[in-house]
Design a binder for this molecule. Sequence first.
Ligand code: XBP
Ligand code: MG
Length: 230
Amino acid sequence: MSRLEAVIFDVDGTLVDSERDGHRVAFNEAFEEAGLPDYWDVDTYGQLLKITGGARRLAFWLENHGSSTTEAAELAERLHKRKTQIMRGLIADGRVQPRPGAHQLIDALEASRVQMHVATTGTRAWVEPLLNYAFGKRFHTVITGTEVSDLKPSPAVYLEVLRRTGCPPGHAVAVEDSGNGVQAAVAAGLRCLAARNPYTRNDDLSGATLVADGLTDPALVGWFHDRLGG
Ligand code: XBP
Ligand code: MG
């Protein structure tokens, strides 16, 4: 087995609980401020998570609720800008918290000198403040949806992390929460550990090396323990 050199983390749903009480709330506030009747309840938002990228998610929704393709794209872009600002406010207010076990895992990896990177489809304008607020400067290379044109399940964010760091995929592992994320990591040639959450419990995670119920699951903790030499 090759040495574990690096761990590449997804953010939403993996390092932080950001979707239900973070992004969803920000999208709904943006709808309300714009005087629109749209509202995403917890279940509706869960369905929409299949579409990665907030602007794409909005455009899909608007197109399915009476807007033309052009109108939907324009409105989605405007709403998404405002949603990103609202999300930054929620982060500053401490409304987006690390998932249980995230700090312990990061501390253990740092102590073992394993490099940590981030590959997310989220927007850099909120990802950076969130990582700083929740974890401090622990991540070496952070690639977000702002830097790539193809979002997960495309492997683009993972390939960009591997390109910039020069790390061979066989020496790294990805940690993801969703079917789209696992597909992206595997398509980049990485092994992937899935730490699922209530929104991704029914996703197809069959490409993952291991499927765990969160970052505190003994199976996931044990997987790292075995490779970090205690
Ligand atoms: C996360 C996403 C993002 C967030 C919202 O997917 O798809 O779109 O839901 O963030 P993953 P933005 O965890 O697989 O990276 O609004 O900034 O896109
Ligand atoms: Mg995710």
